[in-house]
Design a protein around this ligand. Sequence first.
Ligand code: FEO
Length: 164
Amino acid sequence: MIGKAMQDTINEQINKELFSSYLYLSMAAYFEDKSLPGFAHWMRMQEAEEREHAMKFYDFLLERGGKVMLKAIDAPKTEWTSTMEVMQEVAEHEAKVTASIYALYELALKEKDYPAQMMLQWFITEQVEEEKNAAEIIASLKMIEAHETAVLQLDHRLGKRGGD
Ligand code: FEO
């Protein structure tokens, strides 16, 4: 049977994963509105993954004789100023999720909860992937921005052409 501290913290983590799902669903709607269906698709896939994460914790609690206690999910933002801002928020959000997974792992070590440690190792690996995915998209967006800056510089230079 799972201990009370682990049970409570896993219930909080279920809420965090469901909030992540809500956040990405809101970002998907933002991208649909901006006529960026590829980004919207990526966000919908991300949203589905977050529900799977929540369910992994949910099933783990039930398997261990714990009690699932769902809490209210905060409303996510609905507006962003740019694609870059959205992706930077994804990266920051995933870094926070990683920190909470590490805190859960530390609790599992302290409580000598070996099954929880095994389960959390999957999440530790998953978070490496999640952070990498966001960083790669940000790197691509930066390259696009750099390209646009270079085109503007060229435009400026071409604008100085004098008559022969
Ligand atoms: Fe469930 Fe994106 O971490």
